[in-house]
Design a protein around this ligand. Structure first.
Ligand SMILES: [Zn+2]
Length: 248
């Protein structure tokens, strides 16, 4: 049976990024203007300006950053990719945004309230350890217009995947679309960790595992183009950013 969790790496139909969209919009605007011009040239009684829609800048709103808001929460609230906002505002360092600054949010139609994250201060440290020694290929957060619920760690095929924390194996199998060979550990206090795209599964459902115990081998099963570990931390069933708990 194929279940749906949230396809971790599904790529949407369009991977157009902001500059491409803006170029497209500009090109469309130019064409509209050209059409309007040729139309007015053809019909002398039409002396009005060119189609006003063609004159307007790309849609979006200006968001004033309030204390406690991060680029990530702003991006998530508006549903606009982090990199789109970063590019539109020419931000050199997305982590350095200041309360009181104004950001242009492309494609947004109205200014939204963004929740301040008081969460970071209460993160227990040392709760999890890295599941694999590898570099971070892709962070948690909006990606290609949708949420990436975990981090992608680019390890070699066959590298050991280790339990990020002691727990009980609650799932082993390939029943979740996109995840490939998957292990889910339950840590008993509302936290779960997920390990996807494995080449081999070495854990047994219902068994207890120690932190650091090898539970799988890195692979590229499911929706993966190259070997990597897609790692998620879920808190009360909701994915949270592993980078809040671990330094990658
Ligand atoms: Zn992933």
């Amino acid at each position: 049976m194929i279940r749906t969790l949230q396809d971790p790496e599904a790529s949407p139909l369009s991977r157009l990024r902001a500059p491409a969209l803006i170029l497209l919009a500009a090109a469309a605007g130019f064409l509209l203007s050209a059409c309007a011009l040729s139309r007015s040239a053809a019909s002398p009684q039409d002396t009005g300006p060119a189609d006003p829609a063609a004159e307007q800048p790309p849609p979006g709103v200006f968001h004033r950053i309030e204390p406690g808001q991060t680029l990530y929460t702003i991006s998530k609230t508006y549903g606009v990719a982090l990199e789109t906002i970063t590019a539109a505002n020419q931000l050199a360092d997305p982590h350095r945004i200041e309360a009181g600054e104004t950001l242009f949010i492309p494609d947004a139609r109205m200014v939204l309230d963004v929740e301040a994250t008081a969460f970071r201060g209460s993160i227990p440290s040392g709760l999890f350890q890295k599941p694999v020694q590898a570099r971070l290929n892709s962070p948690y957060g909006p990606r290609w217009g949708r949420m990436h619920h975990g981090v992608d760690l680019g390890a070699a095929a066959g590298a050991p995947v280790r339990a990020a924390r002691a727990g009980t194996v609650s799932y082993v199998g390939s029943g979740y679309r996109g995840y490939g060979k998957l292990v889910i550990l339950d840590h008993g206090d509302g936290y779960q960790t997920l390990y996807a795209h494995n080449s081999r599964l070495l854990a047994r459902k219902g068994k207890k595992v120690a932190a650091g115990q090898v539970i799988a081998r890195v692979g590229a099963t499911g929706n993966a183009t190259a070997p990597h570990l897609h790692f998620e931390i879920r808190r009360h069933g909701r994915p949270v950013d592993p980078a809040l708990y671990l330094t990658f």
